[in-house]
Ligand binder design. Structure first.
Ligand code: HEM
Length: 423
């Protein structure tokens, strides 16, 4: 049942068994879903030596590699995270906005007018381009083209079932063999980027995350080794591209079903009213979180909500259930950006980026990118509102996307004169 309809399965268990419930998933382990914000806080603040996020994410290791920050726990995680954080601080992210604008303008110019199309593949292309140029720092047309072709087949996991490691003997056949070939091709290109970056005479002047990682060092002055760097690049590509593309697709899916809000958001885009755009992004991430749960595998038993949870179990705080609880949000299923207008979300009940020492490293990056893309799209095209039913949620590896890919129609292109009129 959990594989067929994970969303309804978890909602059903919550109604039936209350705030803490356990399910066994073959190939993954025993998951204990946590739905109460106080319990979730205990999980997020739990001792990192006991609450292992790296071990909980183990199935992803085939894609991101064993040195990935996502796979690490304890001191090794702390060291990698400390080295990566500066590249994702607000100041570093703000330096990337002009590039995000240019990429969006270029992408929107290719959208058809007057015909319906799914936004998700366009957003995937756009967010991949953002990562290639701002995180890996590639600007050469030939290398960009090679990376655009080689990376999606490595990153495209599709069904969550594909993450369950197969018996070793199968690795030489079919889907697994193809996956290994795609991975080898993509890693060769990324390795080349690392080598070029180290040798780049402009290294000191570069603002991309790869250059910052190459220039950086840990508390003992040791630089990040090439193997580590490679796995971190794959991680940033995987964690940063589909997630943001999905979040943006949901934002447009929600807006086109709320004509008054679509109109207000277009006006905010024209006026550069970032407070409203920010509220739209936060509310969209609340009502349609991209990731439904995050995990911590226990290395020792813990007490939680009056229960003893054994070592080896995976605690899974449910972002989706908290975001949809009437205890924490009035009319939780409604899309109402006003909730977050000029208000900081309460981190105990707004959890799209997880929390604690493992909170999403790219949370600021993602929100700046969402705001920028929303603004630049709505400045350039008028999207048609729709009375079509809400798109259902479809699981796609660890994310939850709109089932039809967020179908939209561009009614017309806007000129600079239109923008002035909107004001
Ligand atoms: C809307 C877009 C995004 C969403 C919804 C999202 C969500 C998440 C979530 C739920 C986690 C797990 C947190 C936890 O276990 O407590 C996570 C981790 C992570 N994310 Fe994101 N993410 C997004 C965008 C990005 C971007 C743009 C990047 C980088 C370019 C990124 C990089 C990472 C990394 C490196 C981690 C692992 C952090 C660690 O283990 O210390 N994410 N993200």
């Amino acid at each position: 049942m959990i594989w067929l309809d994970p969303v309804r399965f978890v909602q059903f268990c919550h109604r039936r068994y209350g705030k803490l419930f356990t399910t066994r998933i073959p190939g993954i382990g025993t998951l204990v879903f946590v739905t109460d914000p106080d319990d979730i806080k205990s999980v997020m603040r739990g001792d990192p030596a006991i609450f292992h996020a790296g071990e909980a994410a183990a199935p992803l290791s085939q894609v991101v590699g064993p040195q990935s920050i996502l796979m690490l726990d304890g001191d090794r995680h702390r060291r990698s995270r400390a080295m990566m954080l500066p590249a994702f601080h607000g100041d570093s992210v703000r330096r990337q906005v002009a590039e995000m604008v240019a990429i969006t303008v270029d992408e929107v110019a290719r959208w058809p007018v007057g015909e319906q199309f799914p936004l998700f593949p366009r957003m995937q292309k756009l967010t991949l381009e953002v990562i290639l140029r701002t995180v890996i720092g590639v600007h050469d047309a030939r290398r960009l083209a090679a990376l655009r072709a080689a990376l999606p087949p490595m990153l495209d996991i599709g069904s969550p079932l594909e993450l369950i490691p197969p018996p070793r003997v199968l690795l030489r056949f079919g889907m697994w063999r193809r996956r290994a070939q795609h991975r080898a091709a993509a890693l060769a290109l990324l390795t080349d980027e690392i080598t070029r970056c180290r040798a780049d005479p402009q290294l000191e002047a570069r603002t991309d995350a790869l250059a910052m990682l190459v220039r950086g060092s840990d508390a003992d002055g040791a630089p990040m080794a090439d193997d580590d760097l490679l796995d971190q690049l794959v991680t940033l590509l995987l964690a940063g591209h589909d997630t943001t593309a999905t979040a943006l697709s949901w934002a447009f899916e929600r807006l086109t079903r709320h004509p008054a809000l679509l109109h207000r958001t277009a006006a905010a885009a024209a006026d550069g009213d970032d407070a409203w755009l920010d509220a739209v992004c936060k509310e969209s991430l609340r009502v349609r979180p991209v990731v439904f749960e995050f995990g911590r595998k226990l290395t020792a038993p813990v007490q939680l909500a009056g229960h003893r949870i054994p070592a080896g179990h995976i605690l899974a705080p449910s972002i989706n259930l908290v975001h949809h609880s009437p205890r924490h949000y009035s009319d939780p299923d409604d899309f109402r950006p006003q909730r977050f207008l000029n208000q900081r979300p309460d981190p105990a009940v707004w959890l799209p980026f997880g929390g604690g020492v493992r909170r999403c490293l790219g949370a600021t990056f993602a929100q700046v990118e969402m705001r920028t893309v929303l603004r630049e799209v709505l400045r350039r095209v008028e999207l048609a509102p729709t009375t079509a039913p809400d798109e259902p949620v479809r699981p796609r590896h660890v994310t939850m996307m709109p089932r039809h890919g967020a179908m939209v129609t561009v009614r017309r292109r806007l000129t600079v004169a239109d923008r002035v009129v909107t004001r």
